[in-house]
Design a protein. Structure first.
Length: 254
């Protein structure tokens, strides 16, 4: 019997309870199995513009440049990983150019977490402190590393994870898309399994909701976790924009 990968996804972005604008952007492309979360920063308008440009140009680059004809036994593909990283840097160059054209936007930037599913494999590219999680067999894994000042101190053993959660500099990021023409982009690839969930979020969610709570919601609410988790973050103050995408993987008979 032959089997096929069935992919469902749901996503939403919310302004939260405090901010006057939503500087988060997302892409939910079920046809291309491409998903993006971008959390902008840089003045009243800059962050909103940066995140929208990021989503637009990553999508545009991958439509034009992505190589998908990779033999199935050659995953992870270094070519695909490189193209994903290039898509983020293409967006970075466009955001940087926009800021040069409009001095009021100087210094704007955005996080970028990109997920592309090809041949039963999850490929990701990442800059900043938005996140990609994998829930597999009841256990949650943070696939991405936060590019933040506090997380670097945690990884160096200077701060404990508990101290990091309360640190006054926890929102200071060390890499962003658009602040300069190119950025170091983390990439990853792993093979998907039946029953996997992936969750992508801006820090408006994971700054308010624990990994344990995310796990519980995914187990109980499936794709409806998107709205439940956003509601939970808002109930706890909603002091930032909140973006969530949930991707569900099933292996079904043909």
């Amino acid at each position: 019997m032959n089997y096929r990968l069935h992919i469902d996804a749901n996503g939403h972005t919310d302004i939260g309870q405090v901010r006057s604008t939503n500087q988060d952007s997302l892409l939910l492309n079920n046809q291309e199995n491409l998903f993006i979360v971008a959390d902008g920063m840089g003045g009243h308008a800059g962050g909103e513009i940066a995140s929208k440009l990021c989503v637009e140009y990553v999508d545009k680059f991958l439509k034009n440049e992505l190589t998908t004809s990779i033999p199935k036994d050659q995953h992870p593909s270094t070519t695909l990983l490189s193209e994903l990283a290039n898509s983020v840097n293409f967006a970075s160059s466009k955001i940087y150019e926009k800021a040069l054209e409009e001095p009021s936007l100087k210094g704007m930037g955005t996080t970028a977490t990109v997920l592309k599913i090809i041949d039963g494999h999850a490929y990701s590219a990442h800059v900043g402190d938005s996140r990609l999680y994998l829930l597999r067999k009841g256990f949650i894994y943070q696939v991405t590393h936060d590019h933040s000042l506090v997380n670097e101190q945690v990884r160096a053993g200077i701060l404990s994870p508990e101290e990091a959660e309360l640190h006054h500099l926890r929102n200071v990021i060390t890499r962003s898309v658009g602040y300069q023409e190119e950025e170091d982009v983390d990439t990853n690839c792993f093979k998907l399994e039946d029953g996997d969930f992936m969750l992508m979020s801006s820090d408006g969610l994971h700054g308010k909701v624990s990994n344990k709570e995310i796990t519980k919601s995914l187990k109980s609410n499936d794709l409806h976790s998107v709205n439940r988790l956003i509601d939970l973050a808002n109930e706890r103050g909603g002091d930032d924009n909140i973006t969530v995408i949930v991707v569900k993987i099933q292996v079904l008979p043909e």
